[in-house]
Design a protein around this ligand. Structure first.
Ligand SMILES: Cc1cc2nc3c(=O)[nH]c(=O)nc-3n(C[C@H](O)[C@H](O)[C@H](O)COP(=O)(O)OP(=O)(O)OC[C@H]3O[C@@H](n4cnc5c(N)ncnc54)[C@H](O)[C@@H]3O)c2cc1C
Length: 527
């Protein structure tokens, strides 16, 4: 089956939806989404969206905090766009109906989170992402000529002879393979937390956009920088549910098994130090004592805790814990990918016709570490900008389309030369390429991943399998390898990347970014 649209958007989180709003009205839009339309990181975002809208705040202050968190590697032009344009797009969301929390006088209730110097985090209780998605979906479903194809997993990009992108192949729910041709294509496929066994990300976050973009020849950048959130629920047999940073913003304490607050022994800023530092402190405390670490809100007003954090409170109740009274066992988990497919300030990748926005993209706005609550904002601002650029590109490319050859033979399973499961990749990445890294561990990860990657390269038909699990493993291998290679090359510690064998930041050698790129394919795609 071949479909056509003026604009193809892959992914239906904040970035994809905001871009869809921008391009609708000038042409037909097709949104491909891998699972239920609202499944993705956006719907799980709890704490809020940062924007300098408070009286004691300014875009300059927001920029300074973002750059400080980025540990020397932010692209300051991208940061300026984010903080200057952010307030406008957030106000637009409010005009469209976003019900952010307000104080009794009706003013926006702005929260503070780690490494922010002012109150600037707008929130809707602890379900901010869900509220933003609700508003964007309301908008998108009323737009003319926008169609959403659910349970349609993009599997590779369609390339023209000149190397430009003109669509994508996808695997439908019934196992059929189809293609969509479009004047402009947006990767808005979100993050890659599932590369690690312990993650706050939902099952769809398998790094597909980075894998597809890289295979097509797009430059990818900053992939060694993975943010580990310090406080995910850590209980046997339970998913790593996130306990938002906003809990610590409201005064929650981190306690060791003896009931002592320990953070000040590791970090002067205590519980509100940057995420990577809090994560490492928790892991060290836990390793030293051999016991878990807990988040405690016992000293806060119980009614306030349940009212302010209904989602977290409900999740705790489901596992038999009372958020306001019980110590909650927590630990770090992979949370956010700072790197991704390299883009300019308008979402353009290094492949003509291909754009990227949101967590899959790397504008350089986060540098080596993301400031809390900046990613929803990034998806909003850069999703809109990518949409505007796609309008221009779509017009220029109208009429240049050629016909895509249907793949001649598509295997039902994989003729895998080496067997590996997704779970094995996730486990090894968590152990050797997670919070604490060193050359020996990273080399051993690559010893496993490089041959698997070579197999995928040598046998491209394997990527065309109709088996979703095998497809997913191929993407996990691709992204895990890119993360591990960059982490091995970066022989220093910076931001979220920590090397026990190179614990210092080294500006002389490493105040630069790591890029990976394949030789360009110059045919129309297909095996
Ligand atoms: C638990 C949690 C809490 C968070 N809290 C906050 C917060 O408070 N503030 C903040 O700023 N950020 C937060 N973040 C980060 C933030 O939510 C994400 O970075 C952001 O929502 C990403 O938006 P996105 O549009 O890029 O991707 P997503 O919202 O993840 O959407 C990606 C979409 O792509 C689809 N997709 C993926 N692969 C394919 C494929 N192959 N084919 C078709 N479709 C595909 C997915 O199904 C999904 O629809 C949180 C993240 C998590 C996991």
């Amino acid at each position: 089956m071949e479909s056509r649209a003026d604009f193809l958007i892959i992914g239906s989180g904040i970035a994809g939806l905001r871009a869809a709003v921008e391009v609708a009205g000038v042409g037909t839009v097709l949104i491909l989404t891998k699972a239920e339309p609202r499944e993705g990181n956006t719907g799980y975002a709890q704490g809020g969206i940062a924007a300098a809208v408070g009286q004691d705040d300014s875009p300059d202050l927001h920029a300074a905090d973002t750059i400080a968190a980025g540990d020397g590697l932010c692209d300051e032009r991208a940061v300026a766009v984010l903080v200057d344009e952010g307030p406008r797009y957030v106000r637009e969301l409010i005009e469209w109906g976003a019900a952010f929390d307000r104080d009794p006088d009706g003013h926006l209730a702005l929260a503070i989170e780690g490494a922010h110097s002012a109150r600037r985090v707008l929130h809707a209780h602890d379900a901010t992402g869900r509220e933003i998605a609700r508003v964007l979906w309301d908008k998108v479903v009323h737009l003319p000529r926008v169609t959403t194809l659910e349970h349609a997993r993009a599997i590779d990009l369609v390339l023209e002879r000149d190397g430009s992108c003109s669509g994508a192949w996808f695997l439908g729910e019934d196992g059929s393979i189809g293609s969509v041709r479009a004047g402009a294509v947006l990767l808005a496929t979100g993050g890659a937390g599932q590369v690690f066994s312990d993650t706050t990300n939902p099952a769809v976050a398998t790094g597909d956009g980075v894998a597809m973009g890289f295979r097509a020849g797009a430059r990818v950048i900053d992939l060694e920088f993975v943010q580990f959130h310090p406080t995910a629920l850590r209980m046997q047999e339970q998913p790593r549910f996130l306990l938002s940073e906003a809990l610590r913003g409201e005064g929650a304490h981190l306690l060791n098994a003896a009931g002592e607050r320990f953070m000040s022994r590791y970090e002067p800023a205590g519980e509100l130090a940057p995420r990577d530092r809090v994560s490492r402190a928790i892991e060290r405390e836990s390793q030293q004592t051999g016991n878990p670490v807990y988040l405690s809100l016992r000293h806060l007003d119980h009614a306030f805790v349940h009212a302010r954090f209904p989602v977290v409170s409900g999740a705790c109740r489901r596992v038999g814990l009372d958020l306001a009274r019980d110590p909650i066992p927590i630990g770090p988990a992979a949370h956010y990918m700072m790197g991704g497919v390299e883009t300019d300030l308008d979402g353009a990748t290094t492949i003509r016709g291909l754009f990227a926005a949101g967590e899959v993209a790397c504008t350089g706005v986060h540098g080596a570490n993301r400031l809390a609550s900046n990613s929803l904002l990034e998806g909003l601002v850069f999703g809109a900008r990518a949409g505007r650029a796609m309008k221009r590109a779509g017009r220029e490319r109208a009429g240049t389309r050629t016909t895509v050859p249907v793949p001649a033979e598509i295997p039902n399973g994989t003729a895998k030369r080496r067997q590996v499961s997704g779970a094995e990749v996730q486990a090894v990445m968590w152990r050797q390429a997670g919070l604490f890294r060193d050359a020996e561990g990273l080399e051993s990860v690559l010893g496993m991943l490089e041959p698997l990657w070579r197999d995928l390269q040598d046998n491209p038909a394997d990527r065309w399998t109709r088996d979703p699990a095998a497809r997913q493993t191929a993407n996990l291998v691709t992204v895990a390898r890119l993360i591990a290679r960059a982490a091995l090359r970066r022989a220093e510690s910076r931001g979220a990347h920590y090397r026990t064998d190179h614990p210092q930041r080294d500006d002389i050698h490493w105040k630069r970014r790591i890029v990976e790129e394949l030789a360009r394919r110059s045919h129309s795609g297909g095996p």
